[in-house]
Structures are given as C-alpha cells and as structure tokens.
Design a protein around this ligand. Structure first.
Ligand SMILES: Nc1nc2c(ncn2[C@@H]2O[C@H](COP(=O)(O)OP(=O)(O)O)[C@@H](O)[C@H]2O)c(=O)[nH]1
Ligand SMILES: [Mg+2]
Length: 217
C-alpha cells in the first residue's frame, strides 16, 4: 500500500529536508543530486518544493523525496509543515563563510524544535571547490559534527564532490534505523516509518515541481 507509483516501485520513501543559511548551496545540491545540474547564477531561483530520486541503498529501492526552501530561511520563516514527516536533514553551511557555520547551532535548534527527535542529520560543508577562500577548516566541521553526533562531509555542488555520497550516507543511516525498527516490531518494512513515531509517510504525489528557472548545465 502506498509503495507503488505507476510503474515505479520502491521499498521505502524517505522525506529529507534541506536546511542552512541562505546562499550556502542547498538548491544546487538538490539540483546536482536529482538532475545533475548546477547554476552559477545566484539570482536564479530553481523553485522546486521538493524533488525526488530513486536509488539503491543496501539492496533496497529507496525513493528520496528531498524538500528545498523557497528562500524563507532568510527570514527564519520556515513553517513546521516543512519538517513534518521528515526522517532526514541535510544541514548545509558554506566553507567560505564562517557565519553560516556558526549558524549551524541555530539550525540544529530549529530541527529539534520542529522535526522528529530521531531525525538523521548530516552536516555538509559545501563549496569545497573554493578551498582558496576557505574560512572554516575541515577539522572545525569534524569537531562540531562529533560534538553534536552528526555525520559530516565536505561537498561541492559545483564539481559534484561528495553529493552522491552525502545522500547515500544519510539514506543508509535512515534505512538502518527503519529496518531495525521493522525487525523489532516484526513488521514487513513495506512503507517508510518515521523513527520514534511508527507512522507511515503518506506522500503519494511526487510532482512537487512548481517551476524550473535557470540551469542549462
Ligand atoms: N563554488 C561553488 N558555488 C556554489 C556551490 N553551491 C552553490 N554555489 C553557488 O552559491 C550560490 C547560492 O547557491 P544556492 O543553491 O542558491 O543556495 P541556497 O540559498 O542555499 O539554496 C549560487 O551562486 C551558487 O551558484 C558550490 O558547491 N561551489
Ligand atoms: Mg535555495
């Protein structure tokens, strides 16, 4: 029930939210992962509510439904609906802007206040291609991730470094939690389960694309 979409089948559907300061590269990480596109023009709005990609995670077919903001993060006005049902979060900062790294703590608080307490968080230090402009050391990232119990990778949406790996990592972590839970309750893992809530994610509609600006590459 709920795991068939037309001809497409999947074992799990996981909602993942992108969070982090404006300008850190969230929308480009999403477009790189789901469409293999990147936009150098900062003004162009990619304008998707969410995008999906189906991939294999430890032999299972996992459909990742990844939600992007429409710029509300600038006004700290992300609504709780954005976080509802999310089992994973990619918390992004920009390695060339120290302030965006400082604000990671604020985003963690936001997640704690609005998302499920068992949400899997991967912190991504994006724009690793701009090493010559680096303001945040990779060790700073590792140290914070360890302190907060997060996974951590430096990524580049521009040259695609670690984008695939970031999503594979977070999806595998979610899968481990969900499959363990299914084992514990002796239920067939037919649907995505929100860790700690035991509630099925029910998102049948995958056409979250509102508009597509930009991007010829
Ligand atoms: N050099 C570089 N620029 C990036 C990278 N990711 C995003 N950008 C640029 O950073 C700006 C903001 O990106 P965007 O995806 O809109 O950030 P968002 O506000 O977090 O969604 C744009 O000009 C992008 O081209 C990256 O990995 N490397
Ligand atoms: Mg954006």
């Amino acid at each position: 029930m709920g795991n068939r979409l037309g001809d497409h089948e999947y074992d799990y559907l996981f909602k993942i939210v992108l969070v982090g300061d404006s300008g850190v590269g969230k929308s480009n990480i999403l477009s790189r992962f789901t469409r293999n596109e990147f936009c150098l023009d900062s003004k162009s709005t990619i304008g998707v509510e969410f995008a999906t990609r189906t991939l294999q995670v430890e032999g299972k077919t996992v459909k990742a439904q990844i939600w992007d903001t429409a710029g509300q993060e600038r006004y700290r006005a992300i609504t709780s609906a954005y976080y509802r049902g999310a089992v994973g979060a990619l918390l992004v900062y920009d390695i060339t802007k120290w302030q965006t790294f400082e604000n990671v703590q604020r985003w963690l608080r936001e997640l704690r206040d609005n998302a499920d307490s068992n949400i899997v968080v991967l912190m991504a230090g994006n724009k690793s291609d701009l090493d010559h402009l680096r303001a945040v050391g990779e060790q700073d990232g590792h140290a914070l991730a360890e302190k907060e119990g997060l996974s951590f990778l430096e990524t580049s949406a521009l040259d695609a470094t670690n984008i695939e790996r970031a999503f594979q990592t977070i999806l595998a972590e979610i899968y481990h939690i969900v499959s363990k839970k299914a084992l514990a309750t002796k239920q067939a893992p037919a649907n995505a389960v929100i860790p700690g809530q035991g509630t099925a994610i029910n998102v049948a509609n995958t056409s979250g694309v509102m508009s597509r600006g930009c991007c010829s590459a």
